[in-house]
Write a protein that binds this ligand. Structure first.
Ligand code: GDP
Ligand code: MG
Length: 163
């Protein structure tokens, strides 16, 4: 049984906000500027008595010729390789983007257990918008709000179960 969980997704979906909530420290850099978290960032947490390590990653973008973005993509791929379970964070307010499709492709290729976190569901108002994320072809999703913490319990139950 492994115990490494990687948080991946394109820039600005709320990965670092969720990571910070999980490790309850202000370790990762959270910024409204896309792609601020450049390096992988590790923390430890536990849920239902199960301890595990969490990796926050930078934002994945498809086919960039920017060398910094290309390096981030490489780090994301390494994090996926290293992880036992992956939390794939997407953003309900924007729907599926080409970068989300790129991440989904990587994850299907990895054959690792993936739990989709549809983030920014701050109220029930946009809960139905989340259904489109089924079409990523990665199964079940969980709606969360990394900002107010709602939904994270059910998500973490699924993560720990897949470890
Ligand atoms: P990252 O690039 O994926 O790490 O995203 P960040 O965690 O840096 O967040 C990007 C932006 O989205 C910031 O302005 C956050 O405050 C905002 N954000 C993150 N989670 C939520 C959420 O659950 N609801 C809303 N409304 N905004 C969020
Ligand atoms: Mg970040």
């Amino acid at each position: 049984m492994g115990n490494i969980v990687a948080i991946v997704g394109r820039p600005n979906v709320g990965k670092s906000t969720f990571f910070n909530r999980l490790i309850q420290r202000r370790e990762a850099i959270v910024d409204s500027t896309s792609g601020v978290t450049r390096d992988r960032n590790y923390g430890k947490t536990d849920w239902n008595g199960r301890e595990f390590s969490v990796i926050d990653t930078g934002g994945y973008v498809v086919g960039s010729d920017d060398i910094f973005e290309a390096e981030i993509d490489k780090q994301v791929e390494l994090a996926i390789e290293e992880a036992d379970v992956i939390i794939f964070v997407v953003d309900v307010t924007s729907g599926i983007t080409p970068d989300d499709q790129g991440v989904a492709k990587l994850l299907r290729k990895s054959n690792k257990p993936v739990v989709i976190a549809v983030n920014k569901v701050d109220s029930n108002k946009n809960i139905l918008d989340a259904t489109e994320f089924y079409s990523l072809g990665l199964g079940e999703y969980y709606t969360i709000s990394a900002i107010n913490g709602s939904g994270s319990g059910d998500l973490l139950d699924a993560v720990v179960e897949a470890l």
